[in-house]
Design a protein around this ligand. Structure first.
Ligand SMILES: Cc1cc2nc3c(=O)[nH]c(=O)nc-3n(C[C@H](O)[C@H](O)[C@H](O)COP(=O)(O)OP(=O)(O)OC[C@H]3O[C@@H](n4cnc5c(N)ncnc54)[C@H](O)[C@@H]3O)c2cc1C
Length: 382
């Protein structure tokens, strides 16, 4: 498959999902693509859950050869708990996948020699015909640079100087538990369901995701839960300071929650959550957390540099659309480069479409957060 003659080489800054979606799609288009990722090695497969949306499913099917149905767990109903532990269910079919399963499918598709891990990009400079990527003292000229370095993007300002994300006033505590470690009765009551509890300025949700190596065999899956809890700035600082006293800022990985923060989480679960969901928190050895951010840009392109994934829009997780948005950035670029009469026309069409989509998802996320009472208008505006 051939693309435009004046784009032959592509450099991708950041090798997480957004970077990988672009690298795989553009390689499929016949372009010469390299990815530079500052972290070393593959993250393990204890990745948290992700609602499988149509764009991600299409991408896996079309470009990776991985059948999304085989690596995702179906749910047939939504289940809404009340504080006393009773629940009502309503039919709603969805499929749940994990971050690690998507990552593995993408990494396994991209030729290994094109993924340069442990190699941070130190500078990115625009050139008349593309950009230069600086890595490890070397300068790599490319015809197109994909900036996919995440919400804390170092290079966002090259394209959108006003787009840095802001804290939305609440955090998501998260947990992943092996299905085998759950009491049978609890696993059964949550199986086949996307379960929710909406309380006073709080929401808890949970669903099963694939287990090791993407397995979806009953008994070998994992339970994934997310609990949104308000936290002002001092509280955010307290709960993201790890058990060794090191401050992490906007997230804390599994295994590092300070004992007193973990004890506080368990106490909050006892006083706030319906019984089945309280049990989930109690069965979680290593809860982790991330701050909820709002990030919106008004540009996604400067010359031959494109801003993608969380480096562009950081949307609230209530939309279940962050990963879908990253996949859609890549799918849209794939089609634009294939169809447009010139590189400039393709990149302009891509920016117009993705700016409109990102702006809409961002607004939807903010309004869902308000509906849950999870942030005040002033905090979340912008
Ligand atoms: C803990 C967690 C849970 C999530 N849960 C969900 C969910 O349930 N549903 C959902 O849809 N989405 C979820 N997301 C968001 C989703 O994973 C992202 O939106 C999606 O992966 C796109 O992210 P990204 O690739 O743009 O950025 P990131 O995943 O943040 O990746 C950025 C990458 O760039 C690399 N990088 C940064 N600077 C440099 C540099 N200078 N040089 C080289 N590499 C660099 C980083 O190491 C990182 O690998 C979650 C994210 C996190 C962190």
């Amino acid at each position: 498959m051939t693309a435009l003659p004046d784009i032959a080489t592509v450099g991708v800054v950041g090798g997480s999902l957004a970077g990988l979606f672009h690298a795989v799609a553009l390689t499929e288009l016949g372009l010469d693509v390299d990815v530079w990722e500052r972290a070393t090695g593959r993250p393990d497969d204890r990745g948290a859950g992700i609602v499988l949306q149509p764009g991600v499913a299409w991408f896996l099917n079309e470009f990776t050869g991985v059948d999304p149905e085989r690596v995702s767990v179906p749910v047939t109903h939504r289940q809404f708990f009340t504080k006393d532990g009773n629940s009502r269910v309503t039919p709603m079919r969805q499929r749940m996948i994990s971050w690690g399963t998507i990552y593995k499918a993408l990494r396994d598709t991209l030729p290994a020699e094109r993924y340069h891990d442990g190699q941070p990009v130190t500078a990115l400079t625009p050139t008349p015909a593309g950009a230069t990527i600086h890595v490890d003292g070397a300068a790599q000229p490319v015809d197109l640079a994909i900036i996919a370095d995440g919400s804390a993007s170092r290079f966002r300002a090259l394209v959108a100087p006003d787009g840095a994300p802001r804290y939305a006033g609440y955090v998501a505590y998260r947990g992943v538990i092996d299905e085998a470690d759950l009491p049978q009765e609890l696993a059964t009551s949550l199986g086949d369901r996307f379960s929710f509890y909406d309380g006073d300025r709080t929401q808890f949700l949970c669903y099963f995701i694939p287990g090791d190596f993407g397995t979806t065999i009953t008994g070998h899956c994992r339970m994934n839960w997310v609990w949104y809890v308000p936290a002002d700035a001092p509280e955010l600082k307290r709960i993201t300071t790890d058990r060794n006293g090191s401050a992490h800022g906007l997230s804390l990985p599994p295994g590092l929650l300070a004992p007193e923060v973990h004890a506080g989480l368990l106490a909050r679960a006892r006083s706030t959550l319906p019984e089945p969901l309280r049990q989930l928190v109690e069965h979680t050895g290593d809860p982790f957390l991330q701050a909820i951010l709002d990030g919106r840009v008004t540009r996604m392109r400067s010359g031959r540099m494109l801003l993608t994934g969380d480096a562009a829009f950081v949307v609230r997780p209530h939309t279940a659309a962050s990963t879908e948005k990253a996949a859609a950035d890549a799918i849209t670029l794939f089609h634009a480069l294939r169809q447009a009469p010139s590189a400039d026309a393709a990149l302009q069409a891509w920016e117009d479409l993705r700016l409109a989509a990102g702006t809409a998802i961002h607004s939807q996320g903010v309004s869902l957060g308000h509906r849950l009472g999870l942030s005040d208008l002033e905090t979340a505006a912008g």
